[in-house]
Every structure is written in structure tokens, then in C-alpha cells.
Design a protein around this ligand. Structure first.
Ligand SMILES: Cc1cc2nc3c(=O)[nH]c(=O)nc-3n(C[C@H](O)[C@H](O)[C@H](O)COP(=O)(O)OP(=O)(O)OC[C@H]3O[C@@H](n4cnc5c(N)ncnc54)[C@H](O)[C@@H]3O)c2cc1C
Length: 469
């Protein structure tokens, strides 16, 4: 058994990167385990190479952005150019975001209080506040690995999956990897996106929509449902040698077969002028869970070819582009979530920082509730920055395990808002920092004093109030 590490971080996507870097910067020896061949998770492997506008982007996300900006064409800041809600600017089958070199990173942090806005009526305000950060996924993966290695304290293991956990009495003792090796540590951080480690420890999990009676959320359905936020297979389009509508592969119909009409897409310019195409969505989340990753991916590949064919048919300028890359993994917005010491709910989102009364807020967010597929399109509900308590990272009853990814302790509605990549990175930063404090004080993770954790995060330049107000 290997026990040369203070903390094991499982899954090095956005949350895991934040956790591993924060812990290592504070002196912990970190074992970072990633099942994929490169780092970045959904941001890289699923092609979600865009940080959405939002206040939760200080601390490690800003450090990472600064590093990306040392590489030509690695990142930029977008503004919303065209949108299907603004037909006066010309027809567009979704939303188009173009890089504006006049914008800075601070502009990407502005967006509080626009979640409830009617896009038709508030075009100018939305154009003023909604600025995201597109980046080159390969450079992101490389930069994450470089930053972890530079600490001198992170052992990186890619192509390695956590296969099983040995836990008893609220304590995770060791993990078994698919290599057959067993690893032990004082602390563990589950950043697998899916709560895999927590589930393996027998932690309580939630999946689907909770009924209104569970948390009293006004937007929740009366009865529980199996509905899960939609999944998307993202693709990249690159300049075509000559204008054309790409032919459909054999067996792929021209008409949409899985819903009445093709979905709209969010189309974001990469720094080199290619475009990232994100259908909203490609497949219902519950169908993905039912089919499993491989069958769902195969079906989504067919769907994107048909959808792209349609986008090229209805918008002739797309004929100057062709599909140049398809993400190797399906983008999963929601799967199971961990039941933690506190569950973030719509009440927190609606109250905002001013109305929340938590002593342990460790990250802030302001994205509207945002659902795709059968649940209906989003539902706003956020008008100011709100906070995420440290207790959302503590699986109920566990002493040495935190969860720092989109499967943290959020209700289904809250998850639809706070799942953004930079928010996950900040949760990771909080988790890695908490592990370092716990180590220093000789305490279990639930015993980390919130004041000390918040003070250390502030020292790391994490804004716990809206950074642009
Ligand atoms: C289609 C789509 C569009 C989105 N659009 C945006 C957007 O525009 N902007 C934005 O900010 N956010 C967006 N989001 C949300 C955001 O991208 C994700 O919620 C966020 O990236 C999730 O980060 P994470 O750290 O929780 O998980 P991930 O990034 O998925 O990381 C989890 C990692 O764990 C690894 N792993 C899993 N199981 C194991 C195991 N057993 N052992 C070891 N490793 C394991 C995985 O390989 C992966 O690398 C979008 C999401 C989707 C799906």
C-alpha cells in the first residue's frame, strides 16, 4: 500500500485541479488521480472550453487565466454578438459569442443580477454584463499539469481510475486503483464530477428532481421526477476549403428524429477564429443515464451531424466551416449528487449573500438556474451573488472526505446554477485549503474552523463578496 501522500484528489477536472493546487501550495503532498489521458475533465475532454460569465472566478481561476494568457491565442474574452431573442440583428439558430480584444478578465466577473432578465427587453444590459472566457482546451490541459508539477508536491497519475474504496465509521481508509494498487492518505477529495468516491464510501446520494416537499423550493415539481439536466456532445467547426453543406453520413436522417425540431446552439468563437458549438442539449440527461456513456455517445454523434447539417442549411455563413473536432467525451451537466452536511437550495440562490446567514461561505456564484431538455429552459431565479457553504463539501457523516465538483451537496435546482467550471475550481480551492488547515490543526475536516478557512481563502485572493461591486 502507498501512503506517501497527505491528500488524494480523485478526478482532475476543474474542481480537482483547484483542490490539488491549493493543497500543494499549502505544503501538502498530493496524489492526483485522473481516469482520462489529460487534465481538465469536462472543460477539456467534453469540449466545454468556455468559462461562463460570473462573479466566482477569482483565486485559482484567475491565476490559471494569467498563465493561459502567456500563450498566444490560448484564451480571450467574449461578448454576445447575436442571439435568437434578437431577430432584429438577423436570424441566428441560438447565441453567438465573439471575442472582443477590448475586454479584460474583470469584465467576465461582472454578471450578477441578470438571471431574471428578459433577454428580449434587456439586450443592451446583457451585452454589457455577459462576458465569458473561451480557451484552447489542449493548452488548458497542459497548463493545469504544469502548474501542479511546479509546486513540486503533486504526483500526477493520468489514465488511472479509482475503482473501489475501503471506508468504515465515517472514515475513508484507502482507495483501490484500477492498476491494482491501493493508496492511503489522511484526507481524500472526491472531484470525479459524479461523486464516485462518495458513493463508494456509502454516502447518501441524490438523483433527479427533488419534490417541493423535500426542501420547500418554489420551482421544484410537486412530485419527484427522474429528469436530469441535458447532456451535450460539443464539436468544433473550422474553416472549410470551399463553402458547402457537409453531407450526412449513411443512416443519419436530415430531419430531427428525437424531438420536434433541432435545438438551438451556443456558438462561441475560439481565440484562433474557429467556433465551439454547444447544442442545448444533444440528449436528455435521463436518457444518457439510461443508455450509459458509450451508447449515448454513439447516438449523440449521429445527432450532431444532423444538427450541423441543419445549422448550415438555415444559416449560409456556416457553409464556410466544417466539423474539425468532436469532443471525445459527452458533456454531462448533472448526474448524481452527494447528500452533505448542508444542501444548497433555491432558497440560498434567491436570498443572495445579503440574505444568507451562513458562517462558512467559501465560494460565490451568480449564474441563473439553467436547465436544458425536458425540464424546460432554465428559470432564472438569481438576482445577486450567493454563497456556497463549506458544509456542502462535507458528505454527511464523513470525517476525512470532501466532495469538490458538480456532485457536491446541491439540490437539483441549485446544481443547475452553480455547476460552472470556475465555481467548481473555487470549491476545489476551498477543499484543498481545508485539508491543509485540518492537517495543521490535527483535526478532521468537519472540524476546520470556518473563520480560519475564509481568512486563508481571502489571503489567496478569493473574493467572498462580489468582486465588481
Ligand atoms: C455541455 C455543457 C456545457 C457547459 N457549459 C458551461 C459553460 O459554458 N461555462 C461554464 O463555466 N460551465 C459550463 N458547464 C458546466 C461545467 O463545465 C461543469 O459543471 C464543470 O466543468 C464540472 O467540473 P467538475 O470538476 O465538477 O467535473 P469534471 O470537469 O467533469 O471533472 C471530473 C474528472 O474526474 C475524472 N474521473 C471521473 N471518475 C473518476 C474515477 N473513478 N477515478 C479518477 N478520475 C475520475 C473525470 O475523467 C474528469 O476528468 C457546462 C457543462 C456541460 C456538460
Amino acid at each position: 500500500m502507498t501512503d506517501a501522500h497527505d491528500v488524494v484528489v480523485a478526478g482532475i477536472g476543474s474542481g480537482g485541479f483547484g483542490a490539488a493546487l491549493a493543497a500543494a501550495r499549502l505544503g501538502l503532498r498530493v496524489l492526483a488521480i485522473e481516469s482520462g489521458p489529460e487534465l481538465g475533465g469536462t472543460s477539456v475532454r467534453a469540449g466545454v472550453s468556455v468559462w461562463e460569465p460570473g462573479c466566482g472566478g477569482t483565486g485559482i481561476p484567475l491565476d490559471l487565466y494569467n498563465r493561459l494568457m502567456t500563450v498566444p491565442n490560448a484564451a480571450g474574452i467574449y461578448t454576445i454578438a447575436r442571439h435568437c431573442c434578437w431577430p432584429e440583428d438577423g436570424f441566428y439558430p441560438g447565441g453567438e459569442c465573439r471575442i472582443d480584444p477590448a475586454l479584460s478578465y474583470r469584465d467576465s466577473l461582472v454578471r450578477a443580477a441578470d438571471g431574471a432578465l428578459d433577454w428580449k427587453a434587456h439586450k443592451e444590459r446583457i451585452r454589457r454584463v455577459c462576458h465569458g472566457v473561451p480557451f484552447e482546451p489542449a493548452v488548458m490541459a497542459r497548463t493545469m499539469a504544469d502548474m501542479l508539477r511546479e509546486t513540486g508536491r503533486v504526483t500526477l497519475r493520468t489514465n488511472t481510475r479509482v475503482a473501489a474504496a475501503d471506508a468504515a465509521d465515517g472514515r475513508l481508509r484507502s482507495l483501490r486503483l484500477d492498476s491494482g494498487e491501493t493508496v492511503a492518505a489522511s484526507f481524500f477529495i472526491d472531484a470525479t464530477g459524479d461523486g464516485a468516491l462518495c458513493a463508494a464510501c456509502g454516502a447518501g446520494m441524490m438523483v433527479g428532481q427533488e419534490p417541493r416537499s423535500r426542501f420547500g423550493e418554489p420551482a421544484a415539481p410537486e412530485e419527484p421526477t427522474a429528469l436530469v439536466n441535458g447532456t451535450t456532445l460539443i464539436f468544433r467547426v473550422v474553416p472549410a476549403p470551399s463553402p458547402a453543406i457537409e453531407p450526412l453520413p449513411d443512416g443519419v436522417p436530415a430531419a430531427c428524429w428525437w424531438r420536434p425540431a433541432f435545438p438551438v446552439a451556443s456558438v462561441v468563437e475560439y481565440p484562433n477564429g474557429d467556433f465551439n458549438v454547444n447544442m442545448l442539449p444533444t440528449m436528455e440527461g435521463q436518457d444518457y443515464l439510461r443508455l450509459g456513456p458509450e451508447a449515448a455517445y454513439a447516438e449523440c454523434r449521429r445527432r450532431i451531424r444532423a444538427a450541423w447539417h441543419w445549422y448550415q442549411t438555415v444559416l449560409p455563413e456556416f457553409r464556410h466551416f466544417r466539423i474539425g473536432w468532436t469532443a471525445p467525451a459527452l458533456g454531462v451537466r448533472e448526474s448524481r449528487r452527494v447528500l452533505g452536511e448542508y444542501v444548497l437550495t433555491q432558497h440560498d440562490l434567491a436570498a443572495g449573500l445579503a440574505g444568507q446567514n451562513h458562517p462558512d461561505i467559501v465560494a460565490i456564484a451568480d449564474h441563473p438556474m439553467d436547465t436544458h431538455g425536458a425540464q424546460g429552459k432554465g428559470c432564472g431565479g438569481v438576482t445577486a451573488a450567493y454563497g456556497i457553504p463549506y458544509r456542502c463539501l462535507i458528505p454527511k457523516g464523513m470525517r476525512n472526505l470532501l466532495v469538490a465538483c458538480r456532485s457536491a451537496s446541491f439540490s437539483s435546482l441549485a446544481a443547475s446554477s452553480c455547476r460552472l467550471s470556475r465555481t467548481m475550481m473555487q470549491l476545489g480551492q476551498a477543499a484543498g485549503t481545508a485539508a491543509a488547515i485540518a492537517r495543521k490543526l490535527g483535526r478532521d475536516l468537519p472540524g476546520v474552523p470556518p473563520d480560519q478557512l475564509r481568512a486563508e481563502l481571502r489571503r489567496q485572493r478569493v473574493a467572498l463578496e462580489h468582486p465588481m461591486r
